[in-house]
Design a protein around this ligand. Structure first.
Ligand code: UDP
Length: 271
């Protein structure tokens, strides 16, 4: 079965955003397939190559997309959309999709770099404050010497500098590009450059590079196991409180969407 067919058959409609009910291993397998597909075309200059991309939305992003038609389109055109957050899983359950579990973008990103035998790919890390991507790359290659991070760059550059950023990435021609610019900035950068990037798969990875670099800590297992990562994060980064209110807001939004008979996109999205 072609990847596209598989995708459209299994994707769950959660507030007009298609979510793949995959676990982390399943997601890594799909990324590996996409890398294989991209490897054939990415080296052909001007050969019509378009980089595949994966998104990792949490409830905040799902809520934002309801008021951002471009962001919603980007999510729906992605080759892989992971249920990153507990809020997305809760929304899925409220809508009657029983079996879905979380597949955090961080776990996918870590799985791919931590298993070079299984995923012998090259990576480029883009994003974070100056020094973070470099430190993240150094830490990963230190821990997993067979993993190849072939380039990195911080995520603070102007729109005028964007072509240079793309050029730098293309010079290293990585299999996988991690983009950590925050959502929807990362997803929009990927989307507008996907036909210019000499990359097989781009993944929007949120704060992953900060964690690889040791700047932020993952929530302890108890919080992760009980869908309370947001609570741990709130305790460490209280300035996120306002943003996090989008989580309950999104749950209410999902219930209302369900009660309204799951109206289709054009009645939901402001242009
Ligand atoms: N960031 C960046 N450039 C920007 C804005 C943000 O590189 O212009 C980085 C920031 O330093 C942090 C990441 O993007 O490492 C955002 O992490 P967050 O967890 O907030 O991601 P989100 O949940 O919004 O995807």
């Amino acid at each position: 079965m072609k990847l596209e067919d598989q995708k459209s058959r299994t994707r769950l409609n959660i507030t007009n955003i298609g979510i793949d009910p995959v676990d982390v291993e399943g997601a890594a397998q799909i990324v590996a397939e996409l890398v294989g597909r991209g490897a054939e075309s990415k080296s052909i200059i001007n050969g019509g190559h378009v980089a595949a991309y994966a998104c990792t939305p949490n409830a905040e992003h799902m809520m934002d997309a309801q008021n951002d038609a471009l962001f919603m389109r980007i999510l729906n055109e992605a080759d892989l959309v992971l249920p990153d957050g507990a809020g997305v899983v809760l929304a899925a359950r409220l809508l009657g999709y029983g079996k879905i579990t979380r597949a955090p973008g961080f776990d996918l990103s870590k799985t791919l770099v931590a298993n070079p035998d299984k995923y012998p790919f090259t990576f480029y890390f883009l994003g974070g404050k100056p020094g973070i991507a470099e430190k993240a790359a150094a830490n990963i290659m230190n821990e997993y010497p067979a993993t190849k991070v072939v380039g990195w760059r911080d995520g603070y550059f102007t729109a005028d500098e964007e072509p240079n950023v793309v050029e730098d990435i293309n010079r290293t021609s990585p299999d996988i590009l991690y983009v950590a610019l925050g959502a929807p900035k990362a997803e929009k950068l990927i989307y507008r450059n996907r036909d210019k990037l000499n990359v097989s798969v781009c993944i929007g990875v949120g704060g992953t590079l900060d964690t690889f670099a040791g700047e932020t800590k993952l929530a302890p297992p108890f919080f992760r196991a009980h869908g309370l990562e947001w609570l741990y994060r709130l305790s460490r980064e209280p300035w996120r409180a306002k943003r996090m209110l989008k989580l309950p807001k999104y749950v209410i939004y999902t219930i209302r969407w369900k009660l309204a008979g799951r109206p289709a996109l054009n009645t939901q999205t402001k242009p």
